[in-house]
Design a protein. Structure first.
Length: 182
């Protein structure tokens, strides 16, 4: 049976026509990559940063990146930085920021507010906390497209008009309680 399946697969593959790439697709992809690169350069935190603060920041980013399978760690800095962060840093930071915003519904930090060594260290602390947050880890482990199902409680029973009229007698307390359960 397994051999027959393999033969059928091979026959199908031989008959299958290779799909041709649409004209201009490579140029469009290159243009999209360029625009994405420009966007990450535009949002990159900018300031005068010391090497120690930058490497603390990178440590926080890399701690959070451990939750993203296949994400490449960000390399440490060799020198101080005066200007915008490299694209690799803003790209990784953007991915973490977006995921945590989706998870919490809040903006954990803003790129524009990262201007000093102190800002770098504050964000690094948040990033390290993200890396240890079990709820965030579970959120990221959930397959994409799995939306949360909202449970709605619906009581099935009689409407108030359908309730039977009760005759009240002085010693009929139990009947009263039971009627409320119906």
């Amino acid at each position: 049976m397994l051999e027959q399946k393999d033969e059928m697969t091979e026959e199908f593959m031989e008959r299958e026509m290779p799909m041709e790439m649409p004209e201009g697709m490579m140029e469009e992809a290159a243009r999209a990559d360029e625009l994405e690169s420009t966007m990450f350069q535009a949002i990159a935190p900018e300031g005068v940063f010391s090497r120690n603060a930058l490497n603390t920041f990178v440590k926080g980013i890399n701690e959070a990146l451990k939750l993203f399978p296949g994400a490449e760690p960000v390399a440490e800095f060799e020198d101080n930085l005066d200007g915008p962060m490299p694209e690799a840093v803003s790209r990784a930071l953007g991915m973490i920021h977006s995921a945590y915003s989706d998870f919490s519904g809040e903006e954990p930090f803003t790129f524009q507010d990262i201007k000093t060594d102190r800002d770098l260290k504050e964000v690094a602390g948040k990033l390290m906390a993200f890396g240890k947050d079990k709820s965030f880890r579970a959120f990221l482990a959930k397959p994409m497209g799995e939306e949360g199902v909202e449970a709605i409680g619906i009581r099935i029973g009689r409407t108030p008009e359908e309730k039977p009229e009760m005759e009240m007698s002085g010693n009929n307390e139990e009947d009263l309680l039971m009627s409320r359960l119906r």
